[in-house]
Design a binder for this molecule. Structure first.
Ligand code: NIG
Ligand code: FE
Length: 413
């Protein structure tokens, strides 16, 4: 006897469960079962079949989704979820022509969020992040990655990671934590970048020891940290048992994407300015290019990441919000799917794979999230759309009708 039968599904999206990320041509493959049904037992998918009562298995409860589209829960694989304050004041600075790195250089940007995060109590950070998480879930996200990086000191980085841990215990959705200690250089270390990297290496060891994060990350960018500093930090983090990720080639091409491949990183994030060589290397690797078109849009840039080239050359792409208070202020992964279609020229099939199976691989959950194969955790979304290609087309609204985690409806959207 199954617990739940989900029936009258117009389209059931079944991204391929794969031990490695979907690369190149494989990103175009998306199994779509029309007029489908599936069953859930003990929180996992236990049966998939045709929407035909003659073949339905016994189930304690039936959910009729009225011919709508059902997909796996979305995986938002790059967010800066836990932080204090907000930066609406920077909009006017941007309008007056100041760019992102200029604002940071003047002590604003990331550093202003660092100040607010240091000043905030853990409960305050928890409540604020909880509000953002609820909004993410209501837009269909059931798995989320959360980075630290607004402390830049031991006390605040640990505070952020502990808040993320509390959130993961409090909410049903799955969370993966990333230690992003070297996100910017704090003024106290001005001119002493290498000392700061050494400090962050020691902190990475403590974070790994206390099991407060699965990954380490660094902002490798002109005027922030060099590729050499990134290499030192990430090699050390790896030796401590953490997986690695990099904010790389977001604004200036520094070689961070090449470094991601060299270190066998789970992901190379942003990669807007990644070189042809870097794209060639990505195609030879299992490092996922996590593209964040919401950030490019929000920063008002015209050059978007070269998703088409990355995929056409054989690489793996995932998409995420990059939700943060400065460069991309939205929890809505559906909006990012629209930008991927409109600006990155990705196809609907590539986009759905990029926010499910490939996003799961980017955070080390390739075997357990982003799929509705038999045995997978029953995290799914009922979408009020006529077909899966419709979602990126009708932009900036919430199409999620109902969101389920482990087969249980978590909230009314
Ligand atoms: O991914 N680029 C670095 N970090 C974030 C932005 C953080 C912020 O501006 O607060 C990003 O865009
Ligand atoms: Fe980011």
């Amino acid at each position: 006897m199954h617990d739940t039968l989900v029936m009258n599904i117009g389209e059931l999206l079944l991204p391929m469960k794969s031990p490695v990320p979907l690369k190149g041509e494989r990103m175009k493959e998306l199994a779509v079962k029309r007029r489908a049904a599936f069953a859930v037992k003990d929180g996992h998918v236990s049966w998939i079949g045709a929407d035909d009562p003659a073949f339905f298995p016994d189930a304690a409860e039936t959910i009729d989704v009225g011919g709508k589209v059902v997909s796996p829960g979305l995986v938002d694989c790059h967010t800066h979820l836990v932080h204090g304050g907000s930066r609406e004041n920077e909009l006017a600075l941007k309008q007056s022509g100041l760019d992102y790195l200029e604002i940071l250089k003047q002590g604003g940007g990331i550093l202003s969020t660092v100040k607010a995060t240091r000043e905030a109590g853990a409960d305050e950070l928890f409540e604020k992040a909880a509000k953002h998480l609820r909004r993410m879930m209501s837009h269909g996200t059931t798995t989320v990655e959360s980075k630290s990086g607004y402390g830049l000191d031991r006390e605040t980085e640990l505070k952020q990671l502990l808040v993320a841990k509390r959130l993961s215990e409090h909410f049903p959705l799955r969370m993966v934590s990333t230690f992003l200690g070297p996100h910017a250089l704090p003024p106290a270390f001005s001119g002493k970048e290498d000392d700061f990297i050494a400090y962050m290496c020691r902190l990475a060891a403590e974070v790994a020891d206390k099991k407060l994060a699965s990954f380490a990350d660094i902002f490798c960018e002109h005027g922030v940290f060099t590729t050499e500093q990134a290499k030192t930090f990430l090699q050390h983090a790896k030796a401590c048992g953490l997986g690695v990720k990099i904010h790389c080639d977001e604004i200036v091409s520094l070689g961070g994407t090449e470094l991601a491949v060299e270190l066998n990183a789970a992901s190379a994030d942003h990669a807007v300015a990644a070189s042809d060589r870097a794209i060639g290397l990505l195609a030879q690797s299992e490092t996922v290019a996590v593209l964040l078109p919401g950030t490019t849009f929000y920063l008002g840039k015209n050059e978007y990441a070269r998703a088409r080239t990355i995929i056409d050359c054989g690489g793996a792409v995932a998409l995420a919000t990059d939700f943060n208070p400065g460069s991309c202020v939205t929890e809505n992964l559906q909006m990012i799917m629209s930008l991927a279609a409109l600006r990155l020229k990705m196809t609907a099939e590539e986009i759905w794979n990029a926010v499910t199976v490939n996003a799961a691989h980017a955070i080390g959950l390739g075997e357990s999230a982003g799929s509705l194969a038999i045995g997978a955790q029953a995290d799914f979304v009922v979408w009020d759309i006529p077909n899966y290609a419709y979602l990126p087309y009708h932009f900036a609204v919430n199409h999620a009708d109902a969101v389920y985690i482990k087969g249980k409806r978590i909230l009314d959207c």
